[in-house]
Design a protein around this ligand. Structure first.
Ligand SMILES: Cc1cc2nc3c(=O)[nH]c(=O)nc-3n(C[C@H](O)[C@H](O)[C@H](O)COP(=O)(O)OP(=O)(O)OC[C@H]3O[C@@H](n4cnc5c(N)ncnc54)[C@H](O)[C@@H]3O)c2cc1C
Length: 173
């Protein structure tokens, strides 16, 4: 069986890893326009583990540094760092934790949390222009919870593949 995974963020990579772990003989390939460390998955994982962000200088990673806040703006796909938002986050955190006042800002980072009312996790049958049937498993729309949900969704993807009634494409018979 050949499996093409589109996307190399936390969802794509965990799905590919789960499929390859359960079906070692399957040919699993990941297609994406950006790979680690340039995905949103890397960035949000970096909130807990800043050393994963390769442009954070090693000397800046100490117990005296902290990641503070973010924003939630629906329909906003701008990935540039906006001074207004940075100030909003910083001022809000300083209000809650006054000891942050006067601290140095080391780095600002922007990622997206594309979401939908529910995660789309389902299998669809499609046909190529040549009339050949293939399956698409949708696994997207995790919003602000993709890191949390990735393994459970990856295991659901595996279950869907187990339930596919397709002949092995690499059969030699
Ligand atoms: C500031 C911030 C904080 C977060 N905190 C948390 C948290 O605490 N807990 C949590 O669970 N989640 C958190 N998230 C959400 C989590 O990061 C996302 O849900 C997760 O990254 C989504 O994973 P993904 O693989 O779908 O997308 P991404 O990691 O964005 O990966 C998408 C992949 O698809 C590829 N791609 C996109 N379009 C195309 C295309 N047209 N053709 C080819 N390839 C394409 C990209 O190149 C990339 O490889 C946070 C997000 C942000 C921004």
């Amino acid at each position: 069986m050949r499996v093409a995974v589109v996307g190399a963020g936390v969802i794509g990579v965990s799905s590919a890893f789960a499929v390859k772990s359960v079906f070692p003989s399957y040919d699993v390939k990941i297609f994406a326009d950006a790979f680690s460390p340039d995905t949103t998955g890397d960035g949000s994982a970096g909130l807990w583990t800043p050393f994963l962000l390769d442009d954070t200088p090693a000397e800046d990673i100490t117990i005296h540094n902290v990641v503070i806040g973010g924003t939630h703006q629906e329909g906003d796909f701008d990935r540039s760092v906006r001074e207004k938002d940075s100030k909003h986050i910083y001022d809000g955190c300083c209000r809650i934790m006054p000891s942050l006042k006067g601290s140095e800002i080391i780095r600002a980072w922007v990622g997206l949390r594309p979401g939908r009312p529910r995660v789309r996790l389902e299998c669809e049958s499609l046909s190529s222009s040549m009339g050949k049937e293939f399956k698409v498993i949708h696994n997207y729309g995790h919003g602000g919870s993709g890191v949390t949900l990735c393994w459970g969704c990856a295991m659901d993807v595996v279950e869907m593949i187990k339930n596919l009634k397709v002949p092995e494409l690499n059969s030699k018979l």
